[in-house]
Design a protein around this ligand. Sequence first.
Ligand SMILES: [Zn+2]
Length: 248
Amino acid sequence: MMDDFESVIAGELDRWQQAGKAAQFWLRDDDAVEPTALLDRLLDISATFSVPLTLAVIPAYTGEALAERLRQEPSCSVTVHGWSHRNHAGPDEKKQELGGHRAAADVLAELKQGFDRLAGLHGERFVPMLVPPWNRIDAGLVPHLAVLGYQALSVYGPEKPAALPLINTHVDVMDWHGTRGGRDPQALAVEIAARLRHMFDNGGTMGLLTHHLVHDEAVWDFMSALFEVTARHPACRWTPVADILRGQ
Ligand SMILES: [Zn+2]
């Protein structure tokens, strides 16, 4: 089965190689606040395969301990994951921290506080990008983010026109609505290949979304298998998010 998995992704990357092109991949992992054994596992797997990692950190609950741990990790970037990851939507709505439920000025004040806090804690590891919790943000807030210092926004799905450059994720390893474990690796491979075909004609990146605190073994196995296939393929470039931002 892993052979199929490998051939689906490598087959697509071979086409890029024959065309003299390289596909940019990037890895975003959400919800970090402190050092844990699971964070160590994530940092270890990304270091093993030289895959640069972007952590979306929840500012309200994080502190010096995470900053200290990441000082040993030169290829790990930090971005802003809302403020407290609190849901302000009603029971019948999709969860949102950054929706239209509160005054825009209050939400923006929190996003400024989150930016300043993580920039102060993480220095040059900090990338001025907002990752909205649950990948949702009220469209009316987006034009105000640049004033706060944000240079990019990262949500989930194909990029749409926005008031700020979008660096999205496109493939989510988790089965949130079913098993709440890892999704079928073959289905993930097919999705990655489809994203690569879209990128071949339209540009963009292949953003992989993970959540290290809730991975089951299937997710860790998938990540190892994917990194194994892609990291050694000449047409794949796992790219630091700061480089993607500079290239926008
Ligand atoms: Zn989150």
